[in-house]
Every structure is written in structure tokens, then in C-alpha cells.
Design a binder for this molecule. Structure first.
Ligand SMILES: Nc1ncnc2c1ncn2[C@@H]1O[C@H](COP(=O)(O)OP(=O)(O)OP(=O)(O)O)[C@@H](O)[C@H]1O
Ligand SMILES: [Mg+2]
Length: 256
């Protein structure tokens, strides 16, 4: 089933006399229960596209429909993890996760139970009553993921959720995210700069050009799940990663 249909979407930003053609036109159909990774160079419009899919920004041209309806802000069942973790310093970790439930007017007790469960799954249960600044970058990002998952979203939009993390933590977070997704079976869109991360976590990779970003390639990732980190050394993984790299080289995003 097609859950998200992106049709000839473009976005131009205007400030004063200046205009920036940030994105598109892009067209894609995303299927239910699958993870689509979007990789592309900095400034090509990835965050813009994700915001448009989530209804947090509007396209200048074209349209996006989500489960058959135009994308709008505050859609039910959509969890977002932004490029920065956006935790509120004046709330402890548990209350940061619970923001999502408060905004939806959910009862505190069941929401708190679910929040604690998620914090445990993500390995930060012991920090529930700490302040955000007492946590490392990786732990903060796990809290942001718990917050996005709290209301059992059917759609998860992830904007470089691990880009601020060191390589080891990043690998670990990838494994964790995969585990969570296998139990929740959400549809996910993952923005990343990392070719191996895109291949490891997704069922499909959309490769974007430099700004204004358009899709250069649409690559299926038919690797079996669950995936262990060692998969990255296997030839079938390397072949997909190579195809992405070659696209970036051909389009001048990567040069020798
Ligand atoms: N609110 C805005 N107002 C004006 N210009 C914007 C706005 N948001 C983004 N842009 C411009 O649009 C272009 C695409 O930005 P966007 O944040 O979507 O890129 P990105 O691919 O997510 O980059 P990065 O990988 O660095 O996060 C950039 O040139 C940026 O300066
Ligand atoms: Mg971005």
C-alpha cells in the first residue's frame, strides 16, 4: 500500500529580494511498513522535504498526500526526530518524553508506563528523573527517539537522528532503531549523510543531487532482517553502497 505520495514537489524560499530554490521537483511513492533512507549533500533540501512530508512546511509547487489526504501539521500518528534533539532543559527526561502525550491530551498513567518502557528499551531508564544536560549526546538522542515513539506512531520521520554521535554510538543506535522498528512495524523516512547507515537501516535508498535536490537514483535494499553490523562487510552490502557512491561521483557531489 502507498502511504505517502510525493508528486512533483518543489520548495523555494524567499527572503527579501533573494530566492533560494531549495528542493525539487521530486516525485516518489513510499510503501507502508518500509524504511526509506534519503541521502544527499548538505543543503540539498532533505530537511525541507521531510518537513513537507510531515506537514510542517508547505511545498511551493506539487503536493504530498499521506494515507490519501494532503499532509498537514499535527497529523495523528506521526513521530518526528529532528536534526537537533530539542529536549527542554527545564523538564526531566521522563517529562520530556511525555510532552508528546500531553499535547495529545492522553492520560498520564498509561503514557508514563509506555514512556518508561521505551526508555528501558533504549537503555536510558535509569536517567528518567535527570535533567537533559546530565546526559551525553547519544543518550539525549535516545530520549528524543523515545518521545517520537511514545504515541505509537505509524509514521516515523527521522532527520539525521544520529549525526551528532560518535561512530560507535551511532552504530549501536542503528541496531537499536532497527530493533524498535521490528516490533512496531512503522513506516519510516530516514534522512542521513551516511551511505552505510542508509543501506544498513533501510529497505530503499533515494539518492539526492545537490541543491535544488532531485532524486538521482532509487535503490532497493533487499538485505534480510534482522541485520547485524557485520553485514556491512558483505559483498551484497558493499555493492549497494558502491552504487550510491557512484551516483555522488557522477553528479560531482563527491570528487576524487
Ligand atoms: N526556513 C528557511 N528559510 C530560508 N531558506 C531556507 C530555510 N530552510 C532551508 N533553507 C535553505 O534551503 C536549502 C535546503 O535546506 P535544508 O535544510 O532542507 O537542507 P538539508 O539537505 O537538510 O541540509 P543538511 O544536510 O545540511 O541538514 C538551503 O540552502 C537552506 O539555506
Ligand atoms: Mg537537514
Amino acid at each position: 500500500m502507498s502511504e505517502i505520495v510525493v508528486e512533483r514537489v518543489e520548495r523555494t524560499y524567499r527572503s527579501g529580494a533573494r530566492t533560494v530554490h531549495a528542493l525539487g521537483p521530486v516525485t516518489a511513492t513510499l510503501e507502508a511498513g518500509r524504511t526509506t533512507a534519503i541521502v544527499g549533500p548538505s543543503g540539498c533540501g532533505k530537511s525541507t522535504l521531510l518537513r513537507i512530508i510531515g506537514g510542517l512546511d508547505r511545498p511551493s509547487a506539487g503536493r504530498v498526500s499521506v494515507r490519501g489526504r494532503p499532509a498537514t501539521g499535527g497529523m495523528d500518528g506521526v513521530g518526528v526526530v529532528f536534526q537537533r534533539d530539542l529536549l527542554l532543559d527545564w523538564r526531566n527526561i521522563l517529562d520530556n518524553v511525555l510532552i508528546a502525550a500531553e499535547m495529545k491530551g492522553m492520560a498520564r498513567a498509561p503514557a508514563e508506563r509506555r514512556a518508561r518502557e521505551l526508555l528501558a528499551e533504549l537503555g536510558v531508564a535509569d536517567f528518567a528523573d535527570r535533567a537533559p544536560w546530565e546526559l551525553s549526546g547519544g543518550m539525549r538522542q535516545r530520549v528524543a527517539i523515545a518521545r517520537a515513539l511514545l504515541c505509537d506512531p505509524w509514521l516515523l520521520l527521522l532527520d539525521e537522528p544520529f549525526s551528532a554521535l560518535d561512530a560507535l554510538t551511532r552504530d549501536q543506535m542503528g541496531v537499536l532503531l532497527q530493533k524498535v522498528q521490528q516490533t512496531t512495524r512503522t513506516t519510516a523516512v530516514l534522512i542521513t549523510h551516511s551511505i552505510p547507515e542508509a543501506v544498513f537501516l533501510s529497505d530503499r535508498v533515494l539518492v539526492m543531487s545537490a541543491r535544488p535536490g532531485t532524486f538521482l537514483d532509487d535503490i532497493p535494499v533487499p538485505l534480510p532482517r534482522p541485520r547485524a553490523l557485520g553485514l556491512r562487510e558483505e559483498p551484497e552490502f558493499a555493492a549497494i553502497a558502491r552504487r550510491i557512491r557512484v551516483q555522488f561521483e557522477r553528479s560531482g557531489v563527491l570528487t576524487a
